[in-house]
Each structure stands twice: as C-alpha cells, then as structure tokens.
Design a protein around this ligand. Sequence first.
Ligand code: PLP
Length: 397
Amino acid sequence: MHGRTVSRRSERIQGAAPFRMMFGFRMHSGYAERRLEPGVIDFTFGDPHELQMPTYVDALREAALPRDELWFAYKQSEVAAQAAAAASLDRVVPLGWGADDVRMTTGGFGAITVAMKVLADPGEEVVYTLPPWFLYEPLALEAGLVPVKVPALQPSFDLDVDAIAAAITPRTRIVVVNTPNNPSGRIYPPDLLRRLADVLDEASARHGRRIWIVSDEPYNRIVFSRSEFHSPAEFYPHTLVCYSYGKTLLAPGQRLGYIAVPPAVADRAALLEAIEMMQIAAGWLFPNAVMQHATPRLEELSLDVARLEAKRDRLVGALGEIGYETTPPDGTFYLWPRSPIPDDEAFVEDLSRRGVLVMPGTLFETPGWFRICLTATAESIEAAIPHFRDAFEAARR
Ligand code: PLP
C-alpha cells in the first residue's frame, strides 16, 4: 500500500518554527538528559521546582469526593466554576463580568485554540508579536490559519503598533496580544492598548470586517509592585480574554482555564454558543470534573508573588552587576536578558556546559536574547550567579 500516513496538516504542524527549533535545541544541547543530571540548574520551562502548597492539594482532595451521582458526569462549564472565575476576573479587569460570560477550558491552550477557530476560517490571518509564546504558531496552523509575525520594538519589547497596522490585510481576523508578556515580562501600558484599539477599529472599518483581539493573559495576576495590568478588553470590546490557572497556581499539569466574552460586545450570544459547540467539536476541551469542582477554592490561591519579585530583584541586580543588559520584568516569571554575544545559541550552549539551562532567543524567533525562568528556587538562583558571571566573561574574551 502506498500513500502518506501522516496528513499534510500534521506535517505543517511538525514543520512549525518552534517545533523544529525546540527539537533542534533538545538534540543540540542534550537538554532532555542534562536537565536530570545532579547539580544542573534548570531555568527553562515554567514548571514548579518545589512541592505544591497544601491548600491546593486540599482543594483537589475535597473536590474529588463525590457529593452526588453526577459528580463525575460529562461536564461542560460548571456554573459554580464560571461564577468564581467571573468574580475574580472582574477584580482584575473591571468590566462587570458575569458567570455566563465565561466558558471553562483545558487551560490557556484550550482557550486560545477555541478562540482562533471560532473567529477565523482556514486561510485567514492571525497576527502576533515576536518574541511570542512559541505555541501560537502550531495552534494557528492546526486551525488552518496563516501566522503573520510582527517583531516587537527593541529593546523595550513593547508592541510595534505601526508595524501591526502595516501587517493587516483584508484576510486579517485576529491579533493576539499577550500581556504580561512571555518571554519579555512587559505589561503594555494603556496608551499603547488604546492606540492598538484605534488601529483595529480603523482597519476593521476599511476592510468591512471586524478584526478581533485574542488577549492571552495567563499572567494577569503575576504583576510586580509599581506595575499595573490592563487588559486589551478595557479598550477594545471585540476581545476574547483567554486565561489559564496554570501560572497563578504553578500547576500547569492540572488543566484549567477559561475564555471570556466581554459583556458589552455585540454578537455575544452567538459567540458564546459558537464557543461551546467548538469546545465539543475540537475534542471536548472542557476541564475535567474535579478541576471544575475545585475552581471556587482554587480562585482564592496564588503562588507567592512577593517571593517571585524578590527572586526577580536578586537576579536582575546580579546580572546587571556582571554587565548583562536586562530590563526588570513588570510581571510573569521570566527574565529576558540580552546575550553578551549575538549568537544566543552558542552562549546558551556554553551556559549549559557550566550546568545552567536557559532558553535561547532563537527559539522565540528573536536571536540575541535568552529567557530565564524564575520558578527555580532562590538557592538555585544563588548557585547559578557565578556561572552567569563566568559565561559572561568567557563570552567577552
Ligand atoms: N500563553 C502563554 C503566554 C503562556 O506562557 C502559556 C504557557 O506557558 C500559555 C498560554 C498556555 O498555558 P497553559 O499551559 O496553562 O494552557
């Protein structure tokens, strides 16, 4: 029998820039083996490095005890979970959200993929900024969409609103905005979001079709002192807010998130219905029953943002003293310093030989920079500082 086993769509996804590079990164730096070696300090992914807080475990344990015969039945969005999510979102983005504006999803992934598929048809374009969360491209390709990438301004890593305006075509349906931003840690200020809203209003009118924002904001509660978060939804009602609990609770393996439709938007009812049907058709993208039962209690919990901020301050200070160029992030758990040499991959390779694992900017299609994840312990950060110094000095020689 001849012919292909794997579909063209699968091949396109496998060929997506981040998958290609991620695979190359793993092969090249021996990441998968190195991360398990004793003494190696792993600053790559946003995974927990310490045991989960007992209050989180208690919430899941309580939610796992059935109170009625339907406790583990098929679940779409549970009203108690929606209500808790809406009340909490309203404290962060005060737009008067109600339970019915929220649909529970399998984390941010589920929310973003549903948003893309509900808003855009195959062949239409989705614009996002580089450096991106590297999974936008596979999610867009899987939905049949065409990714259009617009580099952020350097070194501020703010949105380049003029470049976004220039990238818009009659096929543009979605602009993805990620604030607080992974990997740069930037929170976009209100005036920038307002300018983006003006650009999108004007372009939507010009092309006779609404361009939507998909606001990917899983870090909207991981905001450091002296910074203030604003959602694009405050400035542009044609925005779907995508949220994941995986960051605030530092438990990304327990899939929980939501997609929220602003109360003021026209077509709200049609959108909510489309979202629900898409969640089913795309593979039952609802969180499992236990996670939904636990949501009201989980909404009361958070990782310790002050502790994270102390780690940020320690590492930003130390890197600055060594000579690295790095802007303190406004939020998230990432640092995004400039590589001391233009070849970020070579620099990351050298750090890896010294026992410190970070992600090269090339993986984010932004060479010359690298990402450090602050979910590592304060002790690991202390232990890594001399290695960051040695690698910097070696690079400068
Ligand atoms: N969006 C951004 C910017 C992220 O950094 C991540 C996770 O790293 C996600 C979405 C997906 O979150 P989750 O894995 O919790 O669905």
